[in-house]
Design a protein around this ligand. Structure first.
Ligand code: NAD
Length: 295
């Protein structure tokens, strides 16, 4: 495999393009927004510079990585000569189904179609294409250049050779692949999101404050970040949408999102990206300050 396309140049797309380009693949990075593409190239350059400062990359390798990336606002143009597409566009079912129809119409025969979705069914995505056996989940973790795991999700129809190819490819990218089957939330979010939801319920019911909940999990369970801080980092809207996928998919009330989470998303308190969630965020400051609301 030599050439891949990455669709969506946001948080995940720029990281995925970065690791492929650094490993020597030609990358066609596609987004509907030219501004997002420009931002993604700036972020990749900043992150490559950080690797140089740490001594893990040379100037020459940085130059090669950047040369390996071309950008497109036309999906048809961007996928026409690639062997793999990794879709990392906004987490919205209808959008993903429409993108996969377009990829299927424009990517070469035999091209593998992967999605970085956090929770949408790979089987459902595969069903809108003419090649469900070549569709698979390739779930990278944020930040992609740093995090080792790739959760690989077999759809109902995924061909075993496709899984083997993606496992080997993930290793080539320096990642550790883990293969799971396609059920709501896969493994990562099926286990993580109920924990985050339970932490929010504990706050909502007044069992403990934000700092106490996060401290118990950090110091007691050796988690690098408490669940409320992690929820802010992921985005509370993203957490809510994944919990809704689990709730709808299993029909089990244990996955029902906490009303406090629903309220915070409705009030647009989405965590770090909106400046406030369980903590308050000041640009340029790394200090962790509990939001006024929960003090
Ligand atoms: N953020 C995370 O921590 C994380 C972790 C793992 C997986 N994911 C998954 O990765 C995917 C992307 O998430 P993100 O956080 O990078 O989102 P994001 O909002 O940062 O980026 C999404 C990008 O998709 C682009 N886009 C929207 N419609 C498009 C289209 N039709 N064609 C091309 N590009 C389009 C947007 O312009 C935007 O640049 C989602 O499926 C999400 O569930 C996210």
């Amino acid at each position: 495999m030599k050439k891949v396309a990455v669709i969506g140049a946001g948080t995940m797309g720029n990281g995925i393009a970065h690791v492929f380009a650094q490993t020597g693949f030609q990358v066609s990075l596609i987004d509907v927004s030219q501004e997002q593409l420009n931002k993604a190239l700036a972020t990749i350059t900043k992150n490559l510079n950080r690797q140089i400062a740490k001594g893990t990359l040379t100037e020459e390798q940085k130059g090669t990585a950047l040369k390996n990336i071309e950008t497109h606002t036309s999906l048809a143009e961007g996928v026409k000569d690639v062997e793999l597409v990794v879709e990392a566009a906004t987490e919205n079912v209808d959008l993903k189904l429409s993108i996969f129809k377009q990829i299927d119409e424009n990517a070469p025969q035999g091209c593998i179609l992967a999605s970085n979705t956090s929770s949408i069914s790979i089987t459902k995505i595969a069903a809108v294409t003419s090649r469900p056996d070549l569709v698979i989940g390739m779930h990278f973790m944020n930040p992609v250049p740093v995090m080792k795991l790739v959760e690989i999700i077999n759809g109902y129809a995924t061909r075993p050779e496709v899984t083997t190819t993606i496992v080997e490819l993930s290793k080539q990218l320096g990642k550790v692949p883990c293969v799971v089957n396609d059920y709501p939330g896969f493994i990562a979010n099926r286990i993580l999101m109920p924990m985050i939801n339970e932490a929010i319920y504990s706050l909502y019911e007044g069992v403990a404050g934000v700092e106490e909940i996060d401290t118990v999990m950090k110091l007691g369970m050796a988690h690098p970040m408490g669940p409320l801080q992690l929820a802010d980092f992921i985005g509370l809207d993203v957490c809510l949408s994944i919990l809704n996928v689990l709730h709808d998919g299993f029909g089990n009330p244990k996955y029902a999102p906490c009303p406090l989470l629903v309220n915070m998303v409705t009030a647009k308190k989405l965590g770090a990206k909106s400046g406030e969630g369980f903590y308050a965020y000041t640009p340029g400051s790394k200090e962790l300050v509990v939001s006024q609301r929960f003090r």
